[in-house]
Design a protein around this ligand. Sequence first.
Ligand SMILES: [Fe+2]
Ligand SMILES: [Fe+2]
Length: 197
Amino acid sequence: MINVTRQIDKLYDRVAEMVASLPLPLKEHINRTCDLARRLGKIHGVDDKRCALGALAHDLARHLEGSQLLMQSREKNIPLNSYELDSPVLLHGPLAAVWLESDLGCDDEEVVNSVRYHTTGRPSMTNVEKIVFIADKVEPEKLTGNSGLILVAEKIEVDLDESILEYLKLRIRSVMQQNKVVHPLALETWNYLIQEE
Ligand SMILES: [Fe+2]
Ligand SMILES: [Fe+2]
């Protein structure tokens, strides 16, 4: 256990060094997400250090241009589907997950998956994944002037699943209203959680 904690602490320091070189607004978003993920971990009895590590790493590749995301994802043999080819920004999670797992040697599958799936979610997310997912969506800065998200944020301390459902409802509805494509993983996440309720 001590070794596992030490590995998480070490990884946290290495990821923090990488975050330090990111553009300021991104860095600030990551830090707010990380603070919230840590707090949610404590509230819900989930290892807060692992939640914080996932949150710290989630947007490591968010500053890259679409062409860079595509190129680097191909180099890392990340499978590309039509959604990602159309919208390469979707690759920033999967790419950061590969950096964390392969380049930094993180063998904590839940933490790696929390980074990989933080944009869309996925069915049967673990608690670490759920916390990183929702912390990213409702960190304090995102709530300003968004009454829908405030409703989501009110649920995060009480029930993670309910807060994720509330967020997905908001998100999927808005994507549909804009006549845009809904990512299948977001829909699958919705279906999974609503059946669980
Ligand atoms: Fe992201
Ligand atoms: Fe983010």
